[in-house]
Design a protein around this ligand. Sequence first.
Ligand code: PMP
Length: 425
Amino acid sequence: MTSLSPALKQATPVIVDHAKGSWIYGTDGAEYLDFTTGIGVTSTGHCHPDVVDAARDQVGKIIHAQYTTVMHTPLLELTDKLGTVLPDGLDSVFYANSGSEAVEAAIRLARMATGRPNIIVFQGGFHGRTVAAASLTTAGTKFSAGFSPLMAGVHMAPFPYAYRYGLDERAAVEFAVRELDYLFKTRTAPNDTAAFLIEPALGDGGYLPTPPAFLDALRERADRYDIKLIIDEVQAGVGRTGRFWGHQHSAATPDIIVTAKGIASGFPISAIAASTETMSKAWPGSQGGTYGGNAVAAAAGVATLAVIEREGLVENARVRGIQLQAGLKAVQSRFPVIGDVRGIGLMQGIEFTTSDGQPDAETAAAVQKATTEHRLLTLTCGPEGNVVRLIPALVVTEGEISLGVERFEAAVATVTGAVPAGVPA
Ligand code: PMP
């Protein structure tokens, strides 16, 4: 009998029968509050009726035409719709299927546009699992192990991880900027450097918002040295952080944006956006692929963007994110195993530490497992595996956030065996 690869790791034992909004209904008959959402993919919630209708409609018209051969209307519509949310100046787009592919395409574009070889990435960044994307990823050695030799020309600078360094945010940014400038002197000169590649908030690297001042410093150096600033919005984009794009918490504008995941509520499509001037530096034929810009995925993307706008989901993410973080901080005050709660919008991380402040992956893993028993789906992340991350759908309600926090606390209490401080036994 054939079975799935043993190297695949399923974070929960749940088998889905169907799903709706923030809820997954298992074949075991249980109802799970889904705070994983395919890592931010089901942005408008599971099976939003408008997305379902758009996809169903499209399947009857045309399922696929390679858009480098013949064009179809869903892709033209999606391009128009993206134009309404993309930052000024990023007026040229092309499509692929996954985040990894789009990241690789962005790197290729930056190299072609600058004629320079090197890429600077930031510690804890996650950019995908294909060989080049894994070469750019430093969110855990498990993502690059076994791939060597990795793609050449990738240089890693520190990320301003204030909690880890025991610094306040400002000092962490100063430290990281100083190290970046030092990297220009010690390893990759500015005129050898094609691009910075950074997430607006580290995703798989631990749910750490990138301080706006750090993005501003990258923009300043990008301008000074003609380096392309590539923002990987695959996980943090499309409303998740309470702004449409995660980088919009800072004044820095990217030269290239990469987006995927939430853009089509679960259909595989990714996009790369840049200025026409930058895009025109790509060699003809260097962009495209068999399935990129699939018509059903594009139709789902159009519906997704319309739903996000009509239902005010970016604002919902902001408000529910504040509620979620406040609830988690209250839990933190009752359980000393929680060292840090941080995040932005509906992207919140809970870092577990031992009594002497060391990463505690064992407790994080046990809590993640226990949340499933309490009917809340969560995931871990971080290079040391000691962060539990919560990624609710953008449609999540006030009641669902309260319930999620309640279930999360119950899971922590189950694992620690502790009655929370301040609660009578
Ligand atoms: N970049 C970021 C920021 C991501 O979070 C991910 C996926 N977790 C990727 C790239 C890779 O996307 P995919 O899995 O679709 O290749």
